[in-house]
Design a protein around this ligand. Structure first.
Ligand code: HEM
Length: 588
């Protein structure tokens, strides 16, 4: 009797759940009382973005609702909705109060973690700086030196290694971008990438870190000056004290004690990792841990202490330096009080400014400077490493794409020889040469369509609203556009949406043709479009062109990437490859 009653109750409960529009009847993602769809997310965490596409497919629509216990998210992959959120109703959709607390400990009110007047102000200052030609030249210069003096020597060292173990390129690119973005932002060279250290990957998915060539505490790395470029020129400059790179260009880097750099280089990624995991933990749990200073939150505090110590030191030292530095810190420090006053004209609310404006003769307070600069490190590190990694992977999978890129490089190098230009100033490629690489530009855009470095972007609904596709939005909902799913949606990209096809970005004359950023919001779109987009393209193209010029790269046999579930799209098992030196017909 009891058994039957329990069975009937179970069936009734199941039916109630199954057909409830918020739970089992939700066409997008079924959910459960209290915990919402969190169990399904955790169950699919190892393939989160692939799974999110399946959810869109099962909803038979480009927009669906996701119930997460007490809060609701609208997930969309519809370009019309993206236009609405990022442009026509921009003010309705800030990052919002659900976002700030996660990143506040590290980025404070920096550009990445603010809205309203304080964001607008930073955006205006930064836009002015980011459009300067000297900064663009600096970006090319930094990447050029890092590729010639560190990346290629490291690859050579790894290639000559006899162990037969594949090389994890992603780990190398992460070190590469940490160096370049730190140089661009703080004018400090952390020297994460060194030719004597390279990281090997095992096929069981465990990444093994191997240091090679270190003898009795002294490294026998390939010396930068020993490395002969494919064009036969020797690279003569050398790290001055292992921490400072003074280049012929006259760009000087600040000298910072090694322990501070080490603290920053280790603390920053560690802090980001812990913050990313906050998103997978109920808010009250990580906030309680934070208050009690225990577990991961204790580690976070420790990591942030090192990051702040470094940033404070560098900012303080910059005040007393009268150097020819061209980095973002130096440029932000040159902003005058008059410029600030004119940028703030017309703003009703400048109370935030009074609170932070405590530095005599300095237009931006130290704490705001720190928030802004650390936001740039976030913006330009993993994103760029992700862009390079996934493009190299696609190149390995599609030999015809590799061939087309190689042909383009050969044409450019031939032009260089005919015109006797470019090669003298740079070891890799000059800006004008990078601009001419239309096919590579297309291949990169295509790679980021399928594997966007920032795979989704959540906003907060500050008002009740209706999206262009008719979806009703209540104030307080999260509205998130899924860049990954958009890039793979048949309704957006057509029947061949899953095909890697750089040609879709090329006109009949072979020139790159851009699409609407609302259809392709890889760099966001509208008023908050990524400020570093052009720099990212330059740097990624510079690296990939240099690699394809010198090497044929093959994947470690049997390799399949596992996509990370994180703020940035990365491979949790790295990118294990084998390198083969090309017969250098490209340079000839
Ligand atoms: C492939 C590389 C990159 C991709 C895919 C990318 C993508 C994005 C995206 C999606 C956003 C919007 C984030 C949000 O507000 O939620 C963003 C913002 C931003 N990016 Fe990038 N980014 C890249 C590289 C860079 C680089 C190299 C820099 C700087 C050197 C940079 C600087 C910024 C800044 C300052 C913002 C904040 C803009 C604002 O809120 O007004 N990005 N980026």
């Amino acid at each position: 009797m009891w058994t039957i009653a329990v069975a009937v109750a179970c069936v009734a409960l199941y039916l109630l759940w199954r057909y409830h529009p918020r739970y089992g009847g939700n066409p997008g993602l079924p959910s459960f009382p209290i915990v919402g769809c969190l169990p399904l997310i955790l169950l699919n965490k190892h393939r989160f973005y692939e799974w999110s596409c399946e959810v869109f497919e099962s909803a038979h629509a480009l927009t669906h609702l996701v119930f997460m216990g007490s809060h609701t998210t609208i997930a969309t992959a519809d370009p019309r909705n993206v236009y609405h959120i990022l442009k026509s109703r921009f003010d309705f959709y800030p990052k919002g109060p659900n976002f700030y607390p996660y990143f506040h400990d590290i980025f404070g009110v920096g550009i990445f973690n603010s809205d309203g007047p304080i964001w607008r102000f930073q955006r205006k200052v930064a836009s002015h700086i980011f459009t300067s030609n000297s900064l663009k030249d600096f970006v090319v210069d930094i990447a050029d030196a890092e590729i010639c003096r560190r990346l290629i020597p490291a690859l050579e060292f790894a290639r000559k290694d006899q162990s037969g173990c594949p090389l994890d390129l992603q780990a190398l690119f992460m070190d590469f971008t940490f160096d370049t973005i730190s140089q661009l932002t703080f004018g400090v060279d952390p020297v994460r990438l060194v030719s004597c250290k390279f990281i090997k990957s095992r096929l069981n998915g465990n990444v093994q870190h191997v240091e090679v060539g270190v003898e009795g505490g002294k490294s026998n790395c390939i010396d930068c000056s020993d490395y002969i470029q494919p064009n036969g020129q020797s690279l003569s400059s050398h790290a001055e004290d292992g921490r400072t790179l003074q280049r012929e260009s006259g760009v000087s880097y600040m000298k910072v004690p090694g322990d501070l750099i080490q603290g920053f280089a280790e603390g920053f990624p560690a802090a980001l990792h812990i913050i990313a995991n906050r998103f997978l933990t109920p808010k009250f749990v990580w906030q309680a841990k934070r208050r009690l200073n225990i577990g991961s939150e204790k580690k976070l505090r420790h990591a942030l202490k090192a990051v702040n110590k470094f940033a404070t030191f560098v900012i303080e030292k910059s005040k007393n330096e009268n150097s020819r530095r061209k980095d973002l810190l130096a440029m932000f420090m040159q902003v005058s009080k008059t410029q600030v006053a004119s940028l703030l004209e017309g703003e009703d609310d400048v109370t935030w400014k009074e609170n932070g404006d405590n530095e005599e003769g300095q237009a931006l307070s130290d704490s705001l400077l720190k928030d802004i600069l650390l936001s740039f490190i976030l913006a330009g590190r993993e994103t760029v490493a992700s862009g390079i990694t996934f493009l190299i992977w696609q190149i390995c999978l599609y030999p015809e794409v590799e061939e087309a890129i190689h042909e383009e490089i050969k044409r450019i190098l031939k032009d260089r020889q005919l015109n006797k230009s470019g090669a003298k100033e740079v070891g890799t490629f000059a800006y004008e040469e990078i601009r001419k690489m239309h096919y590579l530009h297309a291949a990169l855009s295509e790679s980021m369509r399928l594997f966007p470095p920032i795979p989704s972007d959540p906003k907060y609904a500050a008002e009740d609203d209706v999206l262009p596709d008719g979806t009703k939005v209540q104030k307080g909902y999260e509205v998130s556009y899924n860049v990954f799913a958009m890039g793979r949606a048949r309704q957006v990209w057509g029947d061949d949406c899953l095909k890697f096809k750089p040609e879709r970005w090329l006109g009949e004359d072979g020139a790159f043709v851009a699409v609407s950023p609302f259809k392709y919001p890889v760099f966001q779109a509208g008023l908050r479009t990524c400020l570093g987009k052009d720099f990212a393209y330059i740097q990624i193209k510079q690296v990939v062109a240099s690699l394809v010029r010198d090497y044929k790269i093959s994947l470690s046999p049997g390799f399949k990437p596992k996509l990370s579930f994180s703020i940035n799209m990365l491979m949790t098992n790295g990118l294990p490859v084998i390198l083969h030196r090309r017969q250098n017909d490209a340079a000839s």
